[in-house]
Design a protein around this ligand. Sequence first.
Ligand SMILES: NC(=O)c1ccc[n+]([C@@H]2O[C@H](COP(=O)([O-])OP(=O)(O)OC[C@H]3O[C@@H](n4cnc5c(N)ncnc54)[C@H](OP(=O)(O)O)[C@@H]3O)[C@@H](O)[C@H]2O)c1
Length: 362
Amino acid sequence: MNSTETKMPLRNRQWIYRTRPEGVVSSEHYKLVETPIDPMPAAQELIVRAHFISVDPYMRIQQAARNTWEEPHPLGIVQRAGVVAQVIAAGADVTGFAPGDFVLTYTGWQELARCHPLEVTKLDPDLAPVSTALGVLGMPGRTAWFGLMEAGRPKPGETVVVSGTAGAVGSLVVQFAKRAGCRVVGIAGGKEKCDFVRARLGAHEAVDYRRFGPNDWREFSAELARVCGGESRVDVYFDNVGGLTTDGVLPQLALRARIVICGQISQYGGGLDERRRGRGFCNIFSFNAPTFKACSRATSLRAWPSTCDSPRPGCDPESSSSRKRSWTASSNCPARWNVCSRARVAARCLSASRSNFLNEAW
Ligand SMILES: NC(=O)c1ccc[n+]([C@@H]2O[C@H](COP(=O)([O-])OP(=O)(O)OC[C@H]3O[C@@H](n4cnc5c(N)ncnc54)[C@H](OP(=O)(O)O)[C@@H]3O)[C@@H](O)[C@H]2O)c1
């Protein structure tokens, strides 16, 4: 055995996922346990010590009691999560790994873990700080890059709006969009975050959604139009948030806009458990993972009844006057109606399966 630590039993600390949250998750849904761990690795086994442990929004989705895009996270086990760890012991027959090596694993919220060499990816600390394996060079980075570049397809000069801009994914989308030559508008909560989004991330504008009340999506939408330089100027909407924020962005979509439905974090504290109750339509799409497109004036009329289940009263999708009305008089229309009637939208859900695809494609 190769080891950097003693042969005395080591103490492990583990966060056990104990009960399912109804709303916001907190420490009461977890239990911290200390257990001894044998420092001797078995054949084909590594013992690793965690250095960086991720806390990601998808974990809250997995805490739902019923299947969402994945099976519910079981109760009574260590909270699953991505981890950057260091090998402290390797079984004698293990090749390719030695104590001191940094690895990316999925061993969850615990200090020590035993794993098979096939379950870890070796990291090179000379290439980049190892913590980036959970950020810009890891899952959030891939999500931001492929989500924006493949699903959003930004073109120089276009306006890209990003919700959840100050977060792991959003902060990268802003920077990628700027490098793609776009005008970038971020949406974040609070002045400090908006300053960060402009000054550090380089967004051209930032809107503080917290300045608007829960029913003020029209006012929020008007403010967004102002910073975008006019109405209906949003060419790409990269959505991390959903809910009221998305309700406010949709009326500002330009013709042939693209929506990247990356996440719906505003709904995770309960809205996704009862998704029909969740505000905004994108959370439904984020579960059903459709690709819908060709909803333009010219090509989408036959698709309206199935894609727009509640058109504005008095609007008949088949009538040309309604068509014209919904095409032009946008700001009073429900968001769903706007999407289908005003913009050619290719909305791509970055669902779990897409995420897996991205992992493979990286
Ligand atoms: N599809 C995929 O493969 C994939 C992969 C990774 C992430 N995602 C999704 O991408 C989104 C962002 O993930 P992340 O890793 O960047 O998360 P993060 O670093 O935790 O950031 C999330 C951001 O969301 C904002 N937020 C939280 N609650 C909100 C609410 N109720 N209304 C509006 N904004 C809210 C917060 O900013 P404020 O303080 O400004 O509100 C925070 O900065 C999540 O929806 C996540 O599920 C999807």
